[in-house]
Design a protein around this ligand. Structure first.
Ligand code: 5GP
Length: 125
């Protein structure tokens, strides 16, 4: 079911369970407020997910409610992940689906980092 950006946080979502160590993930990097791990079904040679450790459903929620420290940490971690996986050398794309019409499926904020190949047009028409 697509995520509704106004829904309350569900602490049984897959990424909450990864954060608690209940499900495995291939970690790329961890910081004080963020975790980065490889997507289970990569759509490009590089496909990493970066999530805040705090309980935020989506970008709306995070941008309105997260602390400055969490926002700074998350933003810097995304850049560091791109460098760590070599995506910064060739160019990469970051994307965060937010809410019902975007296709967001997991109700915990995540930014996708795509790279490793030419990424084509921004959206299919
Ligand atoms: P969304 O469609 O919500 O923007 O993206 C959710 C992403 O989470 C998808 O790319 C999907 O492949 C990924 N995903 C779903 N379940 C898991 C999981 O258990 N582990 C990992 N690493 N990725 C997952």
């Amino acid at each position: 079911m697509p995520v509704d950006s106004k829904q309350p946080y569900d602490d049984q979502n897959i990424f909450a369970r990864i954060l608690r160590g209940e499900l495995p993930a291939k970690t790329v990097m961890e910081s004080q407020h963020s975790l980065a791990f490889h997507d289970i079904s990569p759509l490009a040679p590089i496909h990493v997910l970066v999530i805040p450790k705090g309980h935020y459903v989506c970008w709306d929620d995070f941008s309105a409610s997260a602390s400055d420290a969490e926002i700074a940490d998350f933003t810097r971690t995304i850049g560091q992940v791109a460098a760590a996986v070599g995506a910064d050398q060739q160019g990469y794309r970051i994307l965060s689906n937010t809410g019902k019409r975007s296709g967001q499926e997991v109700p915990h904020l995540h930014v996708h980092v795509f790279g490793g190949q030419p990424l084509g047009p921004m959206l299919a028409k």
